[in-house]
Design a protein around this ligand. Structure first.
Ligand code: ATP
Length: 266
């Protein structure tokens, strides 16, 4: 069962070149995650309190999962990915046990990152008398995190777009007590994201700056979706290269899709 949560062997390795923009966020994340994993001896000799858990906050699609995965690849760390809602539903009744096994497995690795996506779905403030199952999972997570005192090879990252909803117990010292905020990409970030995610086969001189200007408020996930549309347009036209017109039309289609989502969800 644990294998289902591990990054698949042979999965495409991602590098920092695949991540666009948010340079300060990337630098801070590398410092908080790579240094503890790669310099555990030094930190241990200094006698510093180990960094056990980091909370990634920010709107959906801002690259939280992607960056965690890249850092795992870059440090040769085993990567376990747990999706909060799925963990409670699909593994109902077994989730505490599975969580324990994941931590046990992680402790055996040279280095490991345990990534908990949408932690708020499990660890929302529970004064509303919400679910017994999530209460037990949070209690288990706290126990496991408190447990790995001497173990400096495991870092837990939890992601949420609703940090205010997280159980305060999880944000205490020694738990998820470091925080990194993934802000929506600004103009330059957007241009960098478009450049770093552009498919291998595109015409030179695509109007990245123009698209970046016109995508205020878009997330990284929405920006990269432009490529999917552009690729379809090129292929439908019998070409294996994305042209400027495919890119512009792909952008317009995504813009229309965003407007539609905004209309139908308000
Ligand atoms: P959620 O909260 O919905 O899980 P997230 O913040 O974890 O969102 P990701 O799953 O990392 O977001 O991003 C979704 C996809 O969007 C990524 O797989 C990637 O293709 C693209 N993406 C997002 N941000 C960036 C970025 N800064 N650079 C390159 N690609 C990005």
């Amino acid at each position: 069962v644990i294998d289902k949560f591990k990054r698949k062997k042979g999965a495409k390795r991602e590098t920092f070149d695949d991540f666009g923009g948010l340079g300060d966020v990337v630098a801070r994340a590398r410092e908080l995650i790579e240094v503890p994993l790669q310099r555990k001896e030094e930190l241990s000799k200094i006698g510093a309190r180990p960094i056990k858990g980091i909370l990634f906050t920010g709107p959906p699609g801002t690259g939280k999962t992607l960056l965690a995965r890249i850092i795992a690849d870059n440090t040769d760390a085993e990567f376990y990915e747990i999706s909060g809602p799925e963990f409670l539903s699909k593994w109902y009744g077994e989730s505490e046990e599975i969580l324990r096994k994941i931590f046990e497995d992680a402790a055996k690795q040279e280095r490991a990152i345990i990534f908990f996506d949408e932690i708020d779905s499990v660890a929302g403030q529970r004064d509303d008398g919400s679910h017994e199952a999530s209460r037990r999972v949070v209690a288990q997570l706290l126990t496991l995190m408190d447990g790995f005192t001497s173990n400096r090879n495991v870092v837990v990252i939890a992601a949420t777009n609703r940090p205010q909803d997280i159980d305060a117990a999880l944000r205490r010292p020694g738990r998820l007590d470091w925080e990194i905020h993934f802000r929506p990409p600004d103009r330059d970030d957007r241009e960098a994201i478009l450049r770093s995610t552009s498919p291998p086969s595109t015409a030179p001189l695509l109007p990245h700056a123009w698209v970046a200007e016109n995508t205020e408020g878009w997330s990284g996930a929405e920006l990269t979706a432009i490529w999917g549309e552009a690729a379809l347009l090129a292929a439908a036209d019998g070409r294996s290269t994305i042209f400027v017109e495919d890119y512009v039309e792909g952008f317009q289609r995504m813009a229309a899709r965003r407007r539609w989502v905004a209309q139908t969800s308000s």
